[in-house]
Design a binder for this molecule. Structure first.
Ligand SMILES: [Mg+2]
Length: 131
């Protein structure tokens, strides 16, 4: 089954990195949606209940990553979709706030392609229905 991802990040450089990661190996053929701020990203999250995983940058204009998580929780939007909060500093405080707002996992910038691939595999294992 082809996978579907959502990248919400204001950095065009990171969009390019994700584009590369999601075009190779087991992830080749994946559908990837891109947003450059939290507001746009929230709209795409609402429109795509089939998403395998969301990569959500913390620091963004319009709505930041924490605001996206908090709104999603308040509205009960697609709670089954795992969201990875991508942080720069990776401060314990940001991580705790993200966790309590509903982040499934963390990814710290700068990251390696293998870090993203590992998170995707974990999300897929989590989503697998029990036969
Ligand atoms: Mg950013």
């Amino acid at each position: 089954m082809p996978h579907s991802f959502l990248v919400i990040d204001d950095s065009k450089l990171h969009h390019q990195m994700y584009r590369l990661i999601f075009s190779r190996g087991a992830l080749a053929g994946s559908t990837v949606h891109y947003a450059t701020n939290g507001r746009e990203g929230y709209g795409l999250l609402a429109a795509h209940p089939e998403l395998t995983l969301v990569l959500l940058d913390l620091n963004m204009p319009e709505m930041n990553g924490l605001e996206v998580l908090e709104r999603r929780r308040a509205e009960g939007l697609h709670p089954h979709i795992p969201i990875v909060l991508v942080t720069t500093e990776g401060s314990a405080e940001d991580e705790a706030r993200g966790r309590s707002a509903g982040a499934w996992e963390y990814l710290r910038k700068p990251f390696q392609p293998a870090d993203v691939e590992h998170l995707v595999m974990r999300a897929l294992a989590k989503a697998e229905p029990i036969a």
